[in-house]
Structures are given as structure tokens and as C-alpha cells.
Design a protein around this ligand. Structure first.
Ligand code: NAD
Length: 386
């Protein structure tokens, strides 16, 4: 097994940001990546300040992402970065991702991937043409018990799937936080920066991705009811979506909301087939409750012998020592490193490298948001998902 270390650069993720620090910790967890460069903020001064705080050398702390990509591309092949992580607000994903792929860098980009499906399609085509990895950090797919849930569903162990529920509920936007100067709330509620979806883009895309990853079902059509509960807010802060799937009797119900007072990150997934059911909750991510048709439900635990190889591969600690958000996120980064290595050796990725969420998953998330908004604007009409 390779232990080579890959260099990467970060765009966004300044010292006061939220998810950039999580990416850095997750990428560092297995010792397979090294953060060597960055354009961490929208101004050169703040970018340099962040580089100092993060520990990136000043000669590779760039004033803008354009400057960084151009300077890194000019470096000797040996010393330049292998991939670029993009952790800026949503409207600032497409342009740097495009420029990074054009310069020959592999890309990791946070969700929602782009503002429009056309942009996502352009990035997919670019990555394919240049044989580059372009991953989207749908990090919840990195949980071992989510991988086991996918194995159970996709190998028919629940029988024919009938019903899928996914809920992602938060409470932090229950008031007009955006008018207090809180920047994370401000860009998330601004259509120019967040895109067409509010809660839908921010957390609904994770929910959509979980349904797809775990069940393998493809959305055929949907009917969405979107609400902006907070007065004056332009984008949805609450969504309820009914889903029908292609070539399946299954029906889905997805809800996402950021006005559920008291909820932090209440993400859960339940799948029911004609031979069994399963439940997973982010609050106890090491557990997966599996119910047979007859008899009592059993709780499977991460690290247990009875889990599938996919789940074992995504596990670092024995059962009883909890793993969580960072470890799941780290599985995406380790997968990216392995996927890049596979590309370089001209092989298909295996193991964690075969499980990374791709730009195609990113495109589906962007289409999901667009289709929900179309349905809601047209009086909650059922709309084909193409
Ligand atoms: N995968 C997840 O679980 C998860 C969780 C939270 C956020 N996200 C996504 O991550 C992204 C960032 O979210 P956040 O909450 O960290 O936002 P944030 O506002 O906390 O941080 C954004 C960072 O980007 C920087 N930035 C803005 N414009 C820039 C530019 N032109 N060049 C360089 N840097 C720039 C800001 O200075 C800041 O440091 C969003 O797309 C969001 O949807 C994903």
C-alpha cells in the first residue's frame, strides 16, 4: 500500500471560516496530505493573516486564487500542488474549480458543487478530458455505517425498497441572523452567493446525496413545498419534498429545515423494504439499527465483525472508541488520494478511492435544487427530474 504524501492548496477556508478547518483536519488525519499553499480569503491581507495562523509558508500564501493557480502551475512539476481544495461560499466554486482543472490540478470542492447544472456539466467534461479527479465533499457518505447501509440496500437485504425518509433539520437560522452581520448566515441567504436554494442547497443536497448513495435509486420526479419562514428572507429556510424513483415502487420523503429551534444537525436516514428496515442517525453515527421482518431490531456497531468490507475499510478504531464527523470526512480525503494515485497508474480506483463522491454526484445535487425550486414556483407541481 502506498504511503506517499500529496501536496494540496486551499481556496477559501480562512481562519474564521467554518468548514475549511474541518477539511484541513480531515485531510491531515491519515498523514497522506500536506497543505502547502493557499488563497484563504477574498483579500490579500486576510489571506496572509490566515496563512500565518494556519501555518502555511508566506511565500505560498497568495493574494487571490487566480494568482495562486498561475504561480503553482509555473512551479516545477515535482514541487507543485497535486490537488486543490475549494471551500469558498457557493458562488465562488465554479470559477476556481474550472481554472484549477484547466491548470491540470485535481479538485476537491464543497457542495453545492455549482450554482447551475450547466456549470457542473462543464466541470465534469473538463475533468474527464484531462483525466483528473474532481470530488465533491458529500462527507456523510464517509461514515462506515452509511457504507454498510448502502451494502444492505444495494444487495437486496431489505428486499424491495418501499419507503425512504431522510431528514436534515437545524435551528440556527430561525431568526434573521443575516441582518446581524453574521457572515455565514449572510451569504447563505443571498441568492447571488448561495444559488437558487437556501436550506435546500445548504443541507438538502446532503440529504439527496444520502438517498442516492445508500439506496442506489434514481429520482424520477418530485414535488416540493418550500417556505421562507423568516420575514424578508429571499431563499427557502424549510423544504419538504416528495420523491418518486425510476423503475421502482419506492416513494421518498425528504425534509430539510434551518428553522427547527433546538436542533443542531439532526440528520437521519430510514429505509424500509418488504423484507426489513434500517435507521441511521448522525447523533449516534457508529450505530445502524436493522430490523428484520420478524423479530426484534438489532443494532449493528461500527468496528463489528459482521460489517461489510466497505464499512471495515472506512474504520480506524475498534468498537467502543467513538468515531465521528472528522473521521468520515477523512475517508473522503483518503479516497481522493487513492483515486488520484489510481489515475496516475492508469487503473480503476478500488477501496476508498472507488467510493468518493464525484462531480456527477455534484451535478445531481444542483439539479435537485433546481427541480425543487421549479416545482415550488409552479404551485407544488410534480416535476420530472432529468
Ligand atoms: N460538507 C459540509 O458538511 C459543509 C459544511 C459547511 C459548509 N459547507 C460548504 O462549504 C463552503 C464554505 O462554507 P463555510 O461555512 O465554511 O463558509 P465561511 O463563510 O465560514 O467561509 C468561507 C471562506 O471563504 C473565503 N472566501 C470568500 N471568497 C473568497 C475568494 N474569492 N477567494 C478566497 N477565499 C474566499 C472567506 O474569506 C472564508 O474564509 C460552502 O460552499 C458551504 O456550502 C459544507
Amino acid at each position: 500500500m502506498s504511503t506517499a504524501v500529496m501536496n494540496y492548496a486551499m481556496i477559501g477556508g480562512g481562519k474564521d471560516s467554518f468548514i475549511g478547518g474541518v477539511h484541513r483536519k480531515a485531510a491531515a488525519l491519515d498523514g497522506r496530505t500536506r497543505l502547502v499553499a493557499g488563497a484563504f480569503s477574498s483579500t490579500p491581507e486576510r489571506s496572509l493573516e490566515s496563512a500565518r495562523a494556519i501555518g502555511v509558508p508566506e511565500d505560498r500564501a497568495y493574494g487571490s486564487w487566480r494568482e495562486m493557480l498561475s504561480a503553482e502551475a509555473d512551479r516545477e512539476k515535482h514541487g507543485r500542488v497535486d490537488f486543490v481544495s475549494i471551500v469558498t461560499p457557493n458562488h465562488m466554486h465554479f470559477a476556481p474549480a474550472k481554472a484549477a482543472l484547466e491548470a491540470g490540478f485535481h479538485v476537491v470542492c464543497d457542495k453545492p458543487f455549482t450554482l447551475t447544472p450547466g456549470e457542473a456539466e462543464e466541470l465534469i467534461a473538463l475533468a474527464d478530458a484531462r483525466n483528473l479527479v474532481c470530488a465533491v465533499t458529500y462527507n456523510y457518505t464517509g461514515f462506515p455505517m452509511i457504507r454498510h447501509a448502502a451494502e444492505l440496500c444495494r444487495t437486496g437485504q431489505l428486499g424491495t425498497i418501499r419507503k425512504v425518509f431522510v431528514e436534515y433539520h437545524q435551528g440556527w437560522l430561525a431568526t434573521a441572523l443575516e441582518s446581524t452581520g453574521m457572515k455565514q448566515a449572510a451569504w447563505r441567504t443571498d441568492p447571488a452567493k448561495a444559488g437558487l436554494g437556501g436550506s435546500l442547497g445548504d443541507i438538502g443536497t446532503h440529504a439527496e446525496n444520502l438517498i442516492s448513495f445508500v439506496t442506489g435509486l434514481e429520482i424520477e420526479s418530485l414535488c416540493a413545498d418550500l417556505t421562507s419562514f423568516v420575514h424578508g428572507r429571499e431563499l427557502d429556510d424549510d423544504a419538504a419534498v416528495l420523491i418518486r424513483f425510476a423503475d421502482s415502487i419506492a416513494k421518498g420523503v425528504l425534509t430539510c429545515s434551518q428553522v427547527c429551534v433546538g436542533e443542531g444537525n439532526a440528520l437521519s436516514l430510514r429505509v424500509y423494504g418488504d423484507a426489513g428496515g434500517l435507521t441511521w442517525r448522525l447523533g449516534s453515527p457508529d450505530n445502524l439499527v436493522v430490523a428484520p421482518l420478524e423479530g426484534d431490531p438489532i443494532t449493528l456497531t461500527r468496528g463489528g465483525d459482521q460489517l461489510c468490507d466497505r464499512a471495515k475499510l472506512a474504520t480506524r478504531l475498534p468498537p467502543g472508541h467513538p468515531e465521528g464527523f472528522i473521521e468520515a470526512f477523512a475517508n473522503i480525503y483518503l479516497g481522493v488520494v487513492e483515486a488520484i494515485e489510481a489515475k496516475r497508474s492508469g487503473c480503476e480506483p478500488t477501496g476508498l478511492g472507488a467510493e468518493i463522491p464525484t462531480a456527477t454526484d455534484g451535478l445531481r445535487g444542483v439539479r435537485f435544487v433546481e427541480t425543487c425550486v421549479e416545482s415550488a414556483r409552479e404551485g407544488n407541481r410534480w416535476v420530472e427530474f432529468s
